[in-house]
Design a protein around this ligand. Structure first.
Ligand SMILES: *Cc1c(COP(=O)(O)O)cnc(C)c1O
Length: 365
């Protein structure tokens, strides 16, 4: 069977070096906020070309901490509205809510699965103070447009870059495109740890300093909390693993782009809509997401033929009970997307033969 994602195969590649890292970790006896976290933060900031990177426990907390810090800086207040795509993963929206802000869902474009600037403008009110732009499936879309809207309306522009490590817009990497960015290193992401992990990147000294403190109980000095912080520290051993895997991120993203190119060139079935192909680096193909009106049939057919696929995501946030008080419920584009999308295998360990097989089966559907 061709698995959708083979994490064991991906991480087996690093077994020897992970074991070395683990031995060294045991030797140092420093388990929390030790040298490996510092080292990774420095490396990842360097990679993103930002001044700062602050490791967090996961991506959700990275989003939450950005908003909490802006509140402490006086740039946001409880009840302010944050624009966010309606078809994102639930964590984007929960991060806003946990910080005491109000998520305002915005319809995406069908062609990019990303925020639609026209719809974004319609949703701006006097209470709107920020945009959480999600590079969904690995694509940075309409960035110049989003930046212009943010500037004209004095909105903070924050990246949810959890699916787009290493993507770039005109040479500038994710993490360095807005006021601040949240990353997740959940195992399935393009840069994935072997457990939970996340980070914030920014060029703002004030923001970086605050998040550095907020992730550790708000303690500037040990046992003396200045703010109502949380416990969300990047784990030392995960930081060590991530430092190793960061070296291969560009190479692995290129592999994903090659796979996307093959799908793009060779899938030739009128029942299938393919996403646009981007080979300039703006898309790192965290997911390769096709659309079809016969999604369930295609999925079953591929499964019978030994190809595992997934749906990102089957129930849009506005139809989930947790958010019932936060939406007006009318998102036809988002509903259409969630009914028709299917994510094909795209990870870096897939072979050309496997991709060829998947394409052949899809074309015969
Ligand atoms: C994975 C993900 C998150 C959350 O990351 P966790 O590390 O699982 O908390 C947030 N936003 C998006 C778009 C994601 O894909």
């Amino acid at each position: 069977m061709i698995k959708f994602l083979d994490l064991k195969k991906i991480n087996d590649h690093y077994q020897t070096i992970f074991e070395e890292k683990f031995h060294r970790f045991i030797e140092t006896g420093q388990y929390i906020l030790g040298p490996e976290v510092k080292h990774f933060e420095k490396n990842y900031a360097g990679y993103c070309q930002t001044k700062y990177c602050i490791g967090t426990g996961n991506g959700l907390d990275a989003i939450r901490l950005i908003f909490e810090a802006y509140k402490l800086m006086g740039k946001l207040q409880a009840g302010d509205e944050v624009l966010v795509p309606a078809n994102t993963y639930i964590a984007s929206i929960l991060g806003i809510l946990h910080a005491g802000l109000i998520p305002v869902l915005v319809e995406p474009k069908l062609t990019t699965y990303n925020l639609d600037p026209a719809h974004l403008i319609e949703k701006i009110t006097t209470k709107t103070k920020a945009i959480l732009a999600v590079h969904l499936y690995g694509l940075i879309s309409d960035w110049d447009e989003l930046k212009k809207i943010a500037q004209q309306n004095r909105l903070l522009l924050i990246e949810d870059a959890a699916q787009a490590h290493g993507a770039n817009w005109k040479g500038k990497k994710t993490g360095n495109l807005g006021d601040a960015a949240a990353f997740s290193f959940y195992p399935t992401k393009n840069l994935g740890a072997l457990g939970d992990a996340g980070a914030v990147t920014t060029n703002s000294t004030a923001l970086a300093k605050l998040i550095n403190v907020l992730r550790n109980y708000g303690q500037k000095e040990k046992y003396d909390s200045q703010y109502i912080g949380i416990n969300s520290r990047l784990d030392e051993i995960q930081a060590a693993f991530l430092t190793v895997k960061l070296n291969d991120l560009d190479k692995n993203n290129l592999k994903r782009m090659e796979h996307a190119q093959l799908y793009h060139d060779k899938i030739d079935n009128p029942k299938i809509s393919k996403p646009e192909l981007w080979t300039d680096g703006r898309h790192v193909y965290h997911q390769y997401v096709i659309r079809t009106k016969q999604r369930e049939a295609l999925r079953e057919y591929l499964m019978k033929n030994g190809v595992q696929t997934l749906i990102h995501y089957p129930t849009p946030p506005h139809r989930q009970a947790a958010l019932k008080n936060y939406t007006d419920g009318h998102f036809p584009v988002t509903d259409k997307i969630s009914r028709e999308i299917l994510s094909l295998p795209i990870h870096e360990k897939l072979t050309q033969e496997e991709i060829g097989y998947i394409i052949e089966k899809i074309n015969r559907f």
